[in-house]
Design a protein around this ligand. Structure first.
Ligand code: PGA
Length: 242
């Protein structure tokens, strides 16, 4: 895994067509990213990956590509699935695994998530593994117990990138208090000391500076605020100034 201090990951979900993605790149892909200490990572839809890879290579820009998901199967008769090896070939370096939308809307559970992570490693890619609690668990004070269970299958698989994303924070505008985030980060680092830890959930230009000042996260996984190049660029600049 590249040794960057910070990661800024754009999770575009199902929001951008290839056309729109290219328009985004024309505005966003400034050369100075090349010398940055912040690794910018973009996770577009599968079908957009090859075109973005070509764009990034042609313009020699230091943006890494990421799949939003990959299959728990290696290869074979699995209609509609995309393997980690296929993502590698399209120029991906990272793959998001276990996003709460995949878990909640598409029923992704263990042991499939562990299999996915294994196959991502096998393909020579780095997993960005998402985990996080529901509002109910947060309010009942059982976050750490829940996270410990969610991460238990991964203790022998690390180091890779962990992205703490409380479900109640994704797309809602709510984020945990600094104290809660600091406590959760300390707890996760006590379990996985060598792992880069990202925070995701309603990160935007109004709160990123605060998050950088008051937490020890190694970066952010950004949904909504990653869709506009000027907004995403502001997030990048704020991170890079630190
Ligand atoms: P959000 O999404 O930034 O829109 O809250 C984050 C995510 O789902 O990874």
């Amino acid at each position: 895994m590249p040794n960057h201090k910070h990661f800024l990951v754009a999770n575009w979900k199902m929001a951008m067509t290839t056309h729109q993605a290219l328009d985004f790149m024309k505005t966003f892909s400034i050369q100075e990213i090349a010398d940055s200490r912040t690794q910018v990572i973009i996770a577009p839809s599968f079908v957009t990956l090859p075109v973005l890879h070509q764009w990034i290579t042609q313009h020699s820009i230091s943006i890494a590509l990421c799949g939003q998901n990959s299959s728990a199967m290696q290869s074979g008769a699995y209609t509609g699935e995309v393997s980690a090896a296929m993502l590698k070939e399209t120029g991906c370096e990272y793959v998001i695994i276990g996003h709460s939308e995949r878990r909640i809307l598409f029923g992704e559970v263990e042991p499939d998530l562990s299999k996915k992570v294994d196959l991502v490693f096998q393909a020579g890619l780095t997993p960005i593994f998402c985990f996080g609690e529901s509002r109910e668990i947060y309010e009942s004070g059982k976050t750490n117990d829940f996270l410990r269970k969610q991460l238990a299958p991964y203790s022998s698989k690390l180091p890779f990138i962990l992205a703490y994303e409380p479900i109640w924070s994704i797309g809602t505008g709510f984020i945990p208090t600094h104290d809660d985030l600091a406590r959760t980060a300390d707890f996760i680092r006590s379990l996985f000391p060598d792992t880069s830890l990202l925070y995701g959930g309603s990160v935007n230009i109004g709160n990123i500076d605060d998050l950088l000042q008051h937490t020890t996260m190694n970066g952010f996984l950004v949904g909504g605020a990653s869709l506009k190049p000027d907004v995403f660029y502001s997030l990048y600049l704020t991170m890079n100034q630190r």
